[in-house]
Design a protein around this ligand. Structure first.
Ligand SMILES: Cc1ncc(COP(=O)(O)O)c(C=O)c1O
Length: 385
């Protein structure tokens, strides 16, 4: 939605998220707010089942439609995108295609990983991998720490873009450059960032990117994606697989394994079809203002949250430098659960991890939401640090 002057009409876009009429919703790092578009897409799924009965081709098209929009979001080609049931499914599929007993065996992760992007790699230790965890220092992981860990034995560096606990953003372009020099692959878990910032795979050049549609991509749970750099695809043969990964899905050939020549080889079984409807609708909303406009708006909101937090004397957990943070601002707490509960009683929806209050706006928030948060925090000062 744009104004006559060509600018995004943020107020009109906000109206498509009904919860914002009732709550101060600042928890997009957990779930994105549900839009009327996504509600209609679920209804469309039900209507299609009722009216068409069966329409397999249409279902496959819905999966391909998500592939197309995700490709657009990342600056990738459709051939480089697998539509998955979760970020975990994408990481597992990649891990299954790597061999840890033929030369390089080191997997570099960090202290900032969401558990799934650590647990899956630790599971590969049973297949010969050696997982090394890069430590944080004072709530951040400087690039030098990665430089120390990545060497000629490193097969893959698998790191989060933004930490789900404190909101710190890693310097992914620098990490990719270090890994490239050492001949290591890079997988980026973009779940806590994508949808709020411009991230172009052709510029940054990671080998893999995973994410999911529940948070800033405005879709639903139960659907994610995996980007695989085109030049790598045919050299990687996943052993976690299924019929949707085959070259000819409808060939129904149960005598052999013939992986697709595209990133579809990283898919598995029947697509999460209702979630494809929802993901397509959510992603289409992001395309209206476009990521550069969304990035500026989210940056403006997070800067305002930080400014108000500092003037109220609250302690940040997220780095203050805008290059080192994403869409989430975190504050240190005395009792995270009590604080989140009290805010909820005041109509302000947030969440917490590891003692940090997580405040995570999206483009649909506005400065009134930020003011409402700080009014609600004022009587709760004793629960903050
Ligand atoms: C950074 C990050 N990665 C991965 C996940 C979860 O991925 P999935 O449940 O789709 O496997 C989350 C969810 O909160 C997350 O924040």
């Amino acid at each position: 939605m744009t104004t006559a002057a060509g600018n995004t009409d943020w107020a009109a876009m906000r109206d498509r998220f009904p919860i914002l009429e009732r709550k101060t919703y600042l928890n997009s790092c957990a779930y994105g707010a549900l839009s009327t578009d996504v509600i209609a897409s679920f209804q469309a799924y039900v209507n299609d089942r009722l009216e068409k009965g069966t329409d397999w081709d249409y279902w496959v098209e819905r999966n391909d439609a998500v592939r197309e929009v995700v490709a657009g979001l990342l600056g990738a080609t459709e051939n480089e995108i697998a539509v998955t049931a979760s970020a975990s499914a994408g990481i597992n599929s990649v891990a299954s295609s790597l061999q840890f007993d033929q030369g390089r065996k080191k997997v570099v992760i960090s202290d900032f990983e969401f558990p799934t992007n650590a647990q899956i790699w630790y599971a590969q230790e049973r297949r010969g991998a050696n997982v090394v965890r890069v430590p944080q220092r004072d709530g951040y992981i400087p690039v030098e720490h990665f430089e120390d860990a990545i060497d000629e034995d490193t097969l893959i560096v698998a790191v989060t873009q933004v930490c789900f606990r404190n909101g710190a953003r890693l310097d992914i372009p620098a990490i990719v450059e270090i890994a490239r020099k050492k001949g290591a692959l890079v997988l980026v878990d973009g779940y806590q960032a994508l949808g709020t910032l411009n991230f172009d795979v052709k510029t940054v050049q990671p080998d893999f990117v995973v994410g999911g549609m529940l948070k800033y991509l405005l879709g639903t749970a139960g659907i994610g994606f995996l980007y695989v750099r085109e030049a790598l695809i045919e050299s990687l043969v996943p052993t976690v697989t299924g019929w949707f990964a085959q070259d000819g899905i409808m060939a129904m050939d149960s005598t052999r394994y013939t992986p697709s020549t595209t990133a579809r080889r990283f898919e598995m079984g029947t697509p999460p079809v209702p979630n494809c409807y929802a993901a397509e609708a959510g992603l289409a909303i992001l395309a209206e203002p476009g990521l550069p406009a969304i990035e500026s708006r989210v940056a403006e909101l997070t800067a305002s949250i930080i400014e108000q937090a500092k003037s109220a004397g609250y302690s940040l957990s997220v780095p203050e430098d805008s290059a080192r943070r994403g869409p989430m601002v975190t504050l240190q707490t005395q009792d995270e659960y009590k604080l989140v509960g009290e805010l909820e009683n005041a109509g302000v929806i947030t969440s917490s991890r590891n003692g940090n209050l997580r405040i995570s706006p999206h483009f649909y928030n506005n400065h009134d939401d930020v003011d409402a948060l700080f009014s609600a925090l004022r009587p709760l000062k004793h629960l903050l640090v």
